[in-house]
Design a binder for this molecule. Structure first.
Ligand code: HDD
Length: 737
């Protein structure tokens, strides 16, 4: 079992390297006792004796100068998938040193075949996602309404796995397109897994699942050209939407800054549909589920979002990873809206219609728990990619409503997992497996991992002494009386497509309304077909005449196109401030990021004061300079630099400070990244602190002092301004619709 090598193979490279003294014949003595060890044992010994970080001594040079790593006590032997030890993982088996590769090379084929099959089909929607482990803790019991233990056992911590995603882009797309964010939570309860598969928007585009494939086809990349990758700003989406008035409410939401979140830790999320809670007497109550971020809502401005996509395509994933790694665990309140059938009758809309929400002012939120994400997955593929959420996964005490969108989802998710895993055994993948005992008589199938014993695989039976049996505590559907005429009929009350879209718009602050109008102009301006733009403006006339005017002006449409006939009268519902982002923001630096731009000669005391104040207020602080390494401060001390300016624009921060000497400022005036740093921070309505050197940069890009542009010496003013965005500045930096 000795590896062959060419004669005289101690080449020049190996003579100069620390590996040079080693003979080229690999001393397979390293393996000599290993053949008796199982892989499992090797892994266990690895755990006991952690590997050193960085290269260890067990390296060999091969004939071609390539590096071989050999097994030792800490590193188990490399094997094929059948456990055969591998002596050479760098050279395929050749008929002679310069000859063809031999088909018999099972080591090569084992490795390449597995690699070729590394991917499973990506999710048709929500392909790009990031996930984390954590727990849910109940703080208030819903015992009156449900038997579900997860909603009745106060203080219990239930493990969860939560995946946050964009919808339209592929798995490798950027984190920050304008898009809905998926919010899927798998609760590993004592009574089985409960999957609550929601979004960061409380309503949906369509009322019936049968429309879903058309909706998705319209917003994904266009089939002939393969773009845009993850954007709705194209003809096919708006063509579909312009012919689907029921989507208008969701359109208003996606045109708002809800779809440009600052961080996944700062999004609100919703179960969307009405579900049912069922109590011990079998009585049911309707429920809507809500997640509210502890850090408050925070979004980015479109120009900022666009630049983040270039500066850091993994912006949200990195943010989540870093927050969890640093112990700043993201947290959400869990709240419910509870209402009866009789309450629902009085609503001015149908709660079974997923294009409608229940305003908090109508049915207040009751906070009953919290979710904390405190552990990043060990392996992205095994967990984040292979997690399989299905709205069908409910536990006793929770049941479905007749929402036709939900009813269709109940079929779709299991079906999609069967395609992704090519197996009905996807529940056996560890991330999908219940953490409570589970047993049934389903058997076999592709990639079966279990080894059931005995001859009885059916029930009822008399032969099995320990086979699983039905239980009175098992899941029971709510006993609901259904009657009516069968048919492909939509309930009449689903016909009101504009009232809640109007309510959403009039509930926003004037800044948010301007962003909605500008986003509509931006998106529709990317639509080539003028008739589609006009049709959209027509719909907007039902939402708000002023909004329609603003969008028409931005698109150069004059006169206003006629509004299409509305299927139901448009109601003037009372404004709901709970629908704002600005109203749900928190004046805080917690979970935020502050960047301090420095250079040689910076005032060290000033930098330190800013850093300490921002850290004390809960922010993470990064020191940025033209180069990484260190800068020499005015007091002669050295300061460690975290990030290089060219790769760290201000869009990555919530507030910035520029503390540079006047000499350093002269250099930075020639660096466009430095000018963009302050210019963008100003344009994105962020707080800026500067000293005299920093002021030179501000002057160069015509930044004028306002409440958010402060002297670096006034640390208190900087921290106060950094906790929010300077909305009043916006009209001076941007022409909004
Ligand atoms: Fe869906 C994935 C959320 C309507 C069909 N959906 C998926 C994910 C989320 C949502 C968060 C990603 C889960 C993950 O991280 O793995 N979907 C929603 C919400 C909807 C909704 C909130 C409306 C209220 N979805 C919806 C309909 C259908 C689907 C109407 C089909 C009839 N959704 C799917 C799917 C996906 C999916 C094709 C793709 C990957 C997957 O399921 O696991 O089955």
């Amino acid at each position: 079992m000795r590896r062959r090598c060419a004669p005289g193979s101690r080449d020049a490279a190996s003579r100069q390297s620390p590996l040079a003294a080693r003979p080229c014949l690999a001393p397979l003595s390293a393996y000599k006792d290993e053949s008796k060890r199982t892989f499992r044992k090797a892994t266990m010994s690895q755990k006991k004796k952690p590997a050193k970080a960085g290269p260890d001594e067990n390296f060999e040079r091969g004939a071609g100068g390539e590096i071989h790593q050999t097994a030792n006590g800490a590193h188990p032997p490399l094997t094929t998938n059948d456990g055969v030890p591998i002596s050479d993982d760098q050279n395929s088996l050749r008929s002679h040193p310069r000859g063809p590769t031999l088909l018999e090379d099972f080591v090569l084929r084992d490795k390449i075949t597995h690699f070729d099959h590394e991917r499973i089909p990506e999710r048709v929607v929500h392909a790009r996602g990031s996930a984390a482990h954590g727990y849910f803790e109940l703080t208030e019991s819903l015992e009156k309404y449900t038997t579900a233990r997860i909603l009745t056992e106060v203080g219990e911590k239930t493990p969860v796995f939560t995946r946050l995603s964009t919808v339209a882009g592929g798995a490798g797309s950027v984190d920050t397109p304008r898009d809905v964010r998926g919010f899927a939570v798998k609760f590993y309860t004592k009574e089985g897994n409960w999957d609550l598969v929601g979004n960061n928007i409380p309503v949906f585009f369509i009322q019936d699942a049968i429309k879903f494939p058309d909706l998705v086809h319209s917003f994904k990349m266009e089939p002939d050209r393969g773009f845009p990758q993850s954007s709705t700003a194209h003809d096919t989406f708006w063509d579909y939407v312009s012919l689907t008035p029921e989507s208008m409410h969701m359109i208003l939401w996606i045109m708002s800054d809800r779809t440009t979140p600052r961080s996944l830790r700062m999004i609100e999320a919703f179960g969307v549909h009405s579900f049912r809670l069922v109590n011990a007497k079998g009585a049911s109550t309707f429920v809507k589920f809500h997640w509210r971020p502890k850090l408050g809502l925070q979004s980015t401005i479109w120009d900022e979002t666009v630049k983040i996509a270039g500066a850091d395509p993994d912006f949200h994933r990195r943010d989540l990873f870093e927050a969890i790694s640093e112990g700043n665990f993201p947290e959400w309140e869990f709240a419910v809206q509870l209402f009866t059938e009789a309450d629902a009758e009085r609503f001015p809309f149908d709660h079974l219609d997923a294009t409608k929400l229940i305003p908090e002012e109508l049915v207040p939120l009751k906070v009953i728990g919290r979710m904390v994400l405190d552990r990043w997955p060990d392996n992205f593929f095994a967990e984040t990619e292979q997690v399989a959420y299905c709205p069908t996964h409910v536990v006793p005490g929770i049941d479905f409503s007749n929402d036709p969108l939900l009813q269709g989802r109940l079929f779709s998710y299991v079906d999609t997992q069967l395609l992704r895993f090519n197996s009905p055994n996807f529940h056996q993948v560890p991330v999908n497996m219940p953490k409570c005992p589970f047993a049934n008589l389903q058997r076999d199938g592709h990639m079966q991992m279990e080894r059931p014993k005995g001859r009885v695989n059916y029930e009822p039976n008399t032969l099995g002494t320990d086979t699983p049996r039905e239980t009175p505590q098992g899941f029971r559907s709510a006993a609901v009386t259904e009657s009516g005429e069968k048919g492909r009929i939509r309930a009449e009350r689903f016909a009101d497509h504009y009232s809640q879209a109007r309510q959403f718009y009039v509930s926003q602050t004037e800044y948010e309304q301007a962003h909605i109008a500008s986003t509509l102009v931006f998106e529709l301006a990317k639509v080539d077909h003028v008739h589609i733009r006009e049709a959209m403006v027509g719909h907007l006339r039902h939402v708000d005449e002023d909004l329609a005017h603003r969008v028409a002006k931005g698109l150069g449409i004059d006169p206003l196109p006629p509004a299409p006939e509305a299927a139901a009268p448009v109601q003037d519902l009372p404004p709901s401030p709970a629908l704002q982002i600005i109203g749900n923001m928190k004046d805080t630096l917690e979970g935020r990021m502050v960047g301090i731009l420095v250079g040689d000669g910076s005032d060290g005391a000033r930098v330190e004061a800013l850093r300490r104040a921002a850290t004390d207020a809960g922010a993470a602080v990064k020191i940025i300079a033209a180069h990484v390494g260190q800068v020499k401060l005015a007091n002669g001390k050295m300061l460690k630099v975290d990030k290089q300016l060219a790769g760290t624009p201000s869009v990555l921060f919530d507030a910035v400070a520029v503390v540079v000497s006047e000499d350093a400022a002269k250099m930075l005036l020639k660096e466009s990244a430095a000018l963009d740093f302050v210019h963008d921070a100003f344009g994105h309505l962020k707080a800026i602190a500067s000293d005299a050197g920093g002021q030179a940069l501000l002057d160069a890009v015509h930044v004028v002092r306002d409440a958010g542009v402060v002297d670096a010496a006034d640390v208190g003013a900087f921290i106060a301004a950094a906790k929010t965005r300077q909305w009043d500045r916006e009209p001076s930096v941007r022409l909004l619709a």
